[in-house]
Design a protein around this ligand. Structure first.
Ligand SMILES: Nc1ncnc2c1ncn2[C@@H]1O[C@H](COP(=O)(O)OP(=O)(O)OP(=O)(O)O)[C@@H](O)[C@H]1O
Ligand SMILES: [Mg+2]
Length: 352
């Protein structure tokens, strides 16, 4: 059994079932993200793990102990929320020491632990400030310190960075991961930001309508999406229509060009299927792989380090590709004829 074991969790609010059948094992010290669109049930699963919500059915255990029936305050779980949830009338130090005071620890011990936590989050001078005297990023660090002070077995973070601006988000996500590694604490991090999930996590759970669509390393999730939903939600994706010539042999026609996928495709000969393709696997010119398609430049978006180019393919449809910016080579002009190329290995055959 995994350290944090979530088994067949379901949750209904009245007739609405928002968590279908959620099963996941998390190893000790692992950092797992829940990634999914608004309303897919991320917070509800987290609240059931924390004990703020009672599951309709299913069980949660930590280190072999079933905690499904335990009240939240006896679970040894620390939680950080999206909105700043610090006590406004308490100093930073008293916020961090709150859980320790509730647990009845002595003054000296609390002061020692608070000092340690302030060091950990890099704010050793700010113990006597009040929350309103802190920036948003500092407040979330204090919230993290408050959650960690009582030495929880599991840390739950519910979109802790979403209210912060872009620069702070990136630096704070690195800091959260560093602290999590230092402490070796088992962590679930909820986000709907795919870059956050991919960059921080040991594993990512992609959630969709109350179920886990796919669980895997960031590399697996991005490169081998199991479902169309995962492929479309994580990263940018081209969906290309192809005519199926021989399903078992994986022969298709792409814009009239015969292509061998090298693996079976679902469906019957004569049907149209959708293939998926990441923009960074397509090249301008003929040197990007065994499949070459003629087309015309339809749009060019200059994003700084990367150019995103949309090409109208001769046989119909559009393919977007990413190419690195090169200062000595101006972007291609709209309307210009081009060949684009790709490898059949990068074409993803997706389940519905
Ligand atoms: N107490 C409740 N009563 C009724 N419905 C609820 C309750 N809490 C959540 N829901 C519903 O359950 C669904 C899942 O909500 P949840 O908060 O878990 O989503 P989420 O994935 O965290 O979304 P977001 O990314 O917006 O935070 C939503 O449709 C929501 O309206
Ligand atoms: Mg939520």
């Amino acid at each position: 059994m995994a350290f944090l074991d979530i088994r067949h969790l379901q949750k209904s609010f009245g007739a609405l079932r928002v968590v279908q059948d959620f099963t996941l094992g998390i190893e000790k010290g692992e950092f797992v993200s829940f990634l999914g669109p608004s309303g897919c049930g991320k917070t509800t699963v987290l609240r059931m793990v924390a004990g703020f919500e009672t599951p309709t059915s299913g069980a949660v255990s930590i280190d072999g102990h079933d905690i499904t029936g335990l009240p939240a305050n006896r679970r040894k779980i620390g939680m950080v929320f999206q909105a700043y949830a610090l006590f406004p009338n308490l100093t930073v130090a008293d916020n961090i020491g709150f859980g320790l005071r509730v647990a009845g620890q002595g003054k000296a011990e609390i002061a020692r632990r608070v000092g340690e936590m302030l060091e950990l989050i890099g704010l050793p001078q700010l113990g006597s400030r009040y929350p309103f005297q802190l920036s948003g990023g500092q407040q979330q660090r204090v919230a993290l310190a408050r959650a960690l002070a009582p030495r929880p077995q599991v840390l739950l973070l519910d979109e802790p960075l979403s209210a912060l601006d872009a620069k702070i988000r990136v630096s704070l996500r690195e800091e959260i991961r560093r602290i999590q590694r230092d402490l070796g604490i088992t962590t679930i991090f909820v986000t709907h930001d795919q870059e956050e999930a991919l960059s921080m996590s040991d594993r990512v759970v992609v959630m969709h309508q109350g179920i886990a669509d796919q669980v895997g390393t960031p590399f697996e999730i991005y490169n081998r999406p199991a479902t169309r939903f995962v492929a479309e939600f994580v990263g940018t994706l081209n969906l290309i229509d192809a005519d199926l010539v021989d399903a078992a042999a994986g022969h298709v026609r792409l814009g009239g060009v015969p292509v061998t996928l090298g693996r079976p495709a679902p469906g019957r000969a004569g049907e149209r299927i959708s293939l998926a393709l990441r923009p960074e696997t397509v090249a301008l010119g003929r040197d990007g792989g065994d499949i070459v398609l003629p087309g015309r430049i339809a749009e060019v978006h200059f994003l700084g380090p990367v150019l995103r180019v949309r090409v109208a393919v001769e046989g119909g449809g559009f393919i977007s590709l990413d190419t690195f910016n090169q200062a000595d080579r101006p972007p291609p002009s709209v309307g210009a004829p081009v060949d684009i190329s790709m490898s059949h290995r990068d074409l993803l055959v997706l389940a519905a």
